[in-house]
Design a protein around this ligand. Sequence first.
Ligand SMILES: *Cc1c(COP(=O)(O)O)cnc(C)c1O
Length: 493
Amino acid sequence: MNDDCLMQQDRNFLWHPFTQMHDYAHRDLLLVDRAQGIRLYDRQGREYFDTISSWWCIVHGHSHPTMQHYVREQLARLDQVLLAGISHEPAIRLAAKLVELTPPGLSKVFYSDNGSTACEVAVKMSLQYWQQSGQPQRRELVALERGYHGDTIGTMSLGGVPEFHQAFAHLMFPSHRLPPPNCYRCPAGQLPPLKIAGGAGAGLATGEADSPAPPSAAGAPDRDEPFGVAGEVLRCDCQCLEPLAQLLAAEGERIAALILEPRILAAGGMIIYPATWLRRAAELTRSYGVHLIFDEVAVGFGRSGTMFALESAGVTPDFLCLSKGLTGGMLPMAVTMTSDEIYQAFYGEYGENRTFFHGHTFSGNPLAAAAALGSLAVFAQEQTMAGLPAKMAHLDRCLERFKELPWVGDLRRLGMIAALELVEDRATKRPYPASRRVGWPIFLAGLEQGLLLRPLGNIVYLWLPLSTTREEISTITEKMWQVLSNPANIAGA
Ligand SMILES: *Cc1c(COP(=O)(O)O)cnc(C)c1O
């Protein structure tokens, strides 16, 4: 079928996710024909850098031969079988690998098939656990404003991105919402910037993830974690944790769980926050016996610079949700990992009614499990994690000049993720109004440059595959400079 015909049929029959279809009434969508490494190709052979890892899931690049090999072998053997009361080797081997990779304490793996369900599973397990463990009053849930856990009704109820979910407000269950640790727009509002001599270079990263933090001495406040905002190094004592402390003091024994995205609130605006905040939030939550649900659906599998973002804070949650990068982005799959203690509360004679009645048709799909095993094999083969620090440092160097642009209010990076927050007024940090749709001309100009950029509101970001080479980082950031330094691409600049 030729392109025109395909596009016509797309208009006739396809409804795309997170897309205003009217935008394409007189404009064709990018029609991707094939992909190799970090490049997508259209049918004319034009190439586009996949700077957002195809919605944050591609890890080792597209079409990795090792992963293809794993999936092909599996395809010849077993395509799909239910996981209820049945098992198969790829699901077993992957579960064992995940337990080995994650911190001690996470010893059980529950499969599902997307990030939203991974989070819903954690929430349901937590609630049912408390009912079966003598604390049925623990029924309330806590989440962060600007947090994002998916688009199902349950995860929307715990979401903090009203732009996406407002229309369904009447369906959502009530839950507590806390202000996020947003360093650029610090809610405590009283952190004097403190320039540290010789701190240049450290300025770009908001709390490095490459070195795992030492476990903090019990009770000792970590006042000293330096981290950077717009190139300035700050010292922070996490005053923005006060609302959590107050909520726990008032209602701690009624709360079942706190759910959050470790180190970066991604869909809510690429809000990167220090490991100290995460560590202290975890300690505080734990001290009230409340479950911690870490949603690493987006950042798991290396994106933050460590295999899991939780490593930077040295904390282990009660539930860990993983999905996007789990199969290296090749096939849909998700897991909710938890502890033996949680698992045991569901274990008993059938008649005791402790069973976790939850499952999805494709839970633990053998092909997806094979892809995930293939991806983990590539991590070992290519020593992916060991290569990241040099790439991250190079990314910092390449991004440095973007700070000169008057419309760049903040520049932040965590691992292979970097975000530029565009503002109408740098001094007051006044954001561009949503009606300006700042991201749209940038998206279009990006395509012209051969870049797949997909700004989130006023946030232009890179979410690079871990396989991106230093050379590719140079090329991508140069092309991004061509887009962002041109005032014609900045609405209203
Ligand atoms: C994408 C995402 C989800 C939802 O995953 P889906 O597979 O799209 O349902 C949940 N949590 C986080 C942090 C995400 O980024």
